[in-house]
Design a protein around this ligand. Structure first.
Ligand code: BES
Ligand code: MN
Ligand code: ZN
Length: 496
């Protein structure tokens, strides 16, 4: 998709489709008013027929309006004009792109950035437009034998700004939005790939490829022998039932000053989670190919920030395994020693995410981090608590949590904080080891974070549970690319 910034009157734009807003009840936006006057009240007359009121979700496609140089005009419902919220703006843009997709238009000119969005500026409106368009046009066709190539007709979008002096802002917003969209779409691609293709070795190869193409990224991959030397007994216990060897990937992005402490992002990379000997029920088990969405979000974030050339040091750490049952798999009750020296009684082999993350978190100490954020499809309990709208957030440092929450708020990729109180810690006591890997039925998301908190005492740390947000089920099944937008925004904000 190609984006450009322009300014000028709507009636003069020679395009396949103009996109303009219509508020409730049948109130024309500024661009729509101009079109109305230039067409001798064509819009006013049409609106009298009552085909559209202006509610969000509505749209009306008009052809060959007299006096208008473009062949189509898409009127898009924008709801109430006063106090238009960020989430409404996002909906309006999504609806416009989805409607444009159904037309024959290969390019369009949008006046939607003229809408006044509560507490958001020109940069935000344009960047969101770019990110949302890419997202709405995303397709995963690479494994179909026919129609492998994209079927999208829409190729070019012109985003109108009020004046020439807005060009620089607009162009920056397009650049940043495109970089973030690239990261999101990489995360979605990796996640949507099935587990017979996207194995731990495949992810390691993708990282090496990234390291070869991007000069600012240094990639290292540890194999099982190297991990054994480091004492990663917990991580290795998860992969021992699988024929796929575990890998520990590090991607060091060096955009900041030499010696500046990095932010470390740790992504859960379980390429398939059968549950192991504590095997999962078969219904919807295919979705456990998405158990590497944390890893995918780290790949996506590193890609986006390196595209943007963000002046910051960031390390992506991806522990990646396949969780399978088998003759050599962990039995419930087995005890392992983690890299930290702490011992773990594995009461449920399906609580494997924390077992790989704990060693990756200990490993992260070597980068002398300013903050560590792990991202994981960690608990079904998080889906029950927050559904698909918010990721779960837990942290040992409130200012860090606040920065992440704010980044989520500004990108629409939101998180909600849960408590990490000491009172919950006793739920993972074990009579035989330093801790158990499960904490009972109550507060499953919190006890999972309690487990991780025992490996993150040496740094500021936040944990993002994306079990509910990383992919959609049902008709729109597929990876979302979340929380790449939130993570990139957090890193952008750190640079300012
Ligand atoms: N990957 C799953 C969590 C999950 C389940 C994410 C369903 C999204 C949808 C994780 O490894 C897991 O199995 N967690 C268990 C933990 C339990 C055994 C303490 C869970 O949530 O049931
Ligand atoms: Mn599991
Ligand atoms: Zn899992």
């Amino acid at each position: 998709m190609d984006f450009t910034i322009k300014c000028g009157n709507p009636e003069k734009q020679r395009s396949a489709c103009l996109v303009v807003g219509l508020f409730e009840s049948r109130r024309l936006s500024a661009a729509a008013k101009t079109i109305d006057s230039a067409s001798k009240k064509y819009l006013t007359n049409i609106l009298k027929r009552g085909d559209i009121d202006g509610k969000i979700g509505q749209s009306l496609l008009l052809h060959n309006i007299p006096g208008i140089a473009s062949s189509r005009v898409l009127l898009v419902g924008c709801g109430k004009e006063k106090g238009l919220s960020a989430s409404h703006y996002r909906k309006i843009v999504t609806n416009s792109i989805n409607k444009l997709k159904t037309t024959g238009a290969t390019e369009a000119v949008s006046y939607l950035s003229e809408l006044n969005v509560k507490s958001r500026d020109e940069y935000w409106k344009i960047r969101q437009f770019v990110e949302i368009s890419h997202s709405a046009l995303y397709q995963f066709n690479q494994l179909k034998s026919k129609n492998k190539k994209s079927k999208n007709k829409l190729r070019k979008l012109v985003l109108m700004v009020p004046e020439r002096k807005d060009f620089a802002t607009g162009e920056q917003a397009i650049k940043d939005g495109t970089a973030i969209a690239k990261g999101v779409s990489l995360a979605r691609d990796l996640a949507n790939l099935p587990a017979n293709i996207c194995t731990p070795s495949y992810l390691a190869d993708q990282a090496k490829k990234l390291g070869r193409t991007q000069k600012s990224i240094k990639v290292t991959v540890l194999d099982e022998a190297a991990m054994k030397k480091l004492g990663m007994g917990s991580l290795l216990s998860v992969s021992q039932g699988s024929h796929q060897p575990a890998k520990l990937i590090s991607m060091e992005y060096k955009g900041g000053k030499k010696g500046e402490k990095p932010v470390v992002l740790v992504g859960k990379g379980v390429t398939f989670d059968t549950g192991g000997i504590s095997i999962k029920p078969s219904a919807a088990m295919d979705e456990m190919k998405y158990d590497m969405c944390g890893a995918a979000s780290v790949f996506g974030t590193i890609t986006a920030i390196s595209e943007m050339g963000l002046p910051i040091n960031v390390v992506g750490v991806v522990p990646t395994v396949e969780n399978m049952p088998g003759g050599e798999a962990t039995r419930p009750g087995d005890i392992y020693t983690s890299m930290s020296g702490q011992t773990i009684e594995v009461l449920n082999t399906d609580a494997e995410g924390r077992l790989i993350l704990c060693d990756a978190l200990t490993y992260s100490e070597r980068f002398d981090p300013t903050a560590v954020i792990d991202i994981a499809t960690l608990t079904g309990a998080c889906v029950v608590a927050l559904g698909k709208h918010a990721s779960g957030l837990l942290s040992n440092h409130d200012p860090l949590a606040k920065e992440i929450l704010d980044a989520g708020e500004s990108t629409g990729d939101r998180a909600w904080q849960l408590p990490l109180w000491d009172e919950y810690q006793s739920q993972i006591d074990s009579p035989f080891a330093d801790m158990a890997n499960i904490g009972g039925r109550e507060a499953g998301t919190i006890t999972a974070a309690c487990f991780l908190s025992r490996f993150t005492k040496k740094f500021h740390w936040a944990h993002i549970d994306i079990a509910g947000t990383a992919w959609l089920t049902g008709k729109k099944k597929g990876a979302t690319g979340r929380p790449v937008p939130m993570l990139v925004q957090y890193l952008i904000d750190r640079c300012n």
